[in-house]
Design a protein around this ligand. Structure first.
Ligand SMILES: [Zn+2]
Length: 271
């Protein structure tokens, strides 16, 4: 894989060595750039070019837009993406080329960009887990984590704003935060399911509870909707990544576990 800032040496230093091991913590950013809704979407290409010419520190490992991504810095190097002591040493930074306040204004763009971002984060988690000797560990990075959990070494997704009080990206204070969190985590899980063999142990994966026309649905990583108010028990579905038959195990905290064997359904939150 070529990396833009290796091929285009930046005007100012934008990366350095890591002095701590990666923990599988993925920091999600927006660069506060303009959304490019006119194909081709040059958002990521423009941000990559900007980073190579800027004279102050500010970089990511990868930038992504609605139709393309640009790897900037190899995983084994430290990007300058979080101005909080030591965090860049063990995190990996990806930036979705829009502005935090623009989420929801361009739904088709958001949807495409979040799908591609899910793929790119899943690919990173698979590389990270492989370097640690067990690709199935990539599943550990699917959910959102707190700054305290990240500092304790837990893998997962986190907003830049969680680490740095003066930042509100990727969508730290946005009214759609819960939905955007759910969509991205779900997309990461769906992408991992395509990349990897099914986990041998049950793993938590996110599901979204979607309300449409006063009906509640569960949306699973592969996009399947289950009508929670329909006749019969919800969730009697199979999912077959890697050929093995998997069942969905739904729990109350908007998560589902992929489980070999029979399906059990816990209480579903009331409307
Ligand atoms: Zn940021």
């Amino acid at each position: 894989m070529s990396h833009y800032l290796i091929d285009h040496p930046p005007a100012s230093r934008q990366f350095g060595d890591r002095h701590e091991a990666e923990t599988g913590c993925v920091v999600v950013h927006t660069p506060e750039s303009f959304v490019d809704v006119h194909p081709p979407d040059d958002g990521a290409e423009n941000v990559a070019s900007f980073i190579s010419t800027r004279t102050d520190p500010g970089s990511y490992h990868e930038v992504v837009d609605s139709d393309s991504y640009v790897p900037l810095i190899p995983d084994h190097l430290r990007a300058f993406h979080v101005a909080a002591t030591g965090v860049n040493q063990w995190t990996w930074g990806i930036s979705i080329c829009t502005s935090a306040a623009d989420w929801g204004l361009y739904p088709a763009w958001d949807s495409a960009a979040l799908l591609l971002t899910g793929d790119r984060i899943a690919a990173y988690l698979a590389r990270w887990a492989t370097r640690n000797g067990d690709v199935s560990r990539a599943w550990e990075g699917v959910g959102w984590i707190t700054a305290a959990e990240a500092h304790a070494g837990k893998a997962g997704l986190i907003h830049h704003g969680q680490f740095q009080a003066d930042r509100t990206d990727a969508w730290e204070i946005h009214p759609l935060r819960a939905i955007l969190d759910g969509v991205l985590a779900t997309n990461v899980a769906a992408s991992l399911a395509r990349l990897l063999s099914p986990p041998t142990e049950p793993r938590e994966v996110p599901v979204l509870i979607v309300v449409r026309n006063n009906k509640r649905y569960l949306m699973f990583p592969d996009g399947l909707l289950i009508d929670l108010d329909g006749a019969g028990p919800p969730g009697v579905e199979t999912w077959e990544p890697g050929g093995a038959q998997w069942k969905r195990l739904v729990s109350v905290n908007r998560s589902a576990r992929l489980h070999r064997g029979n399906l059990d359904v816990d209480a579903i939150p009331a409307k």
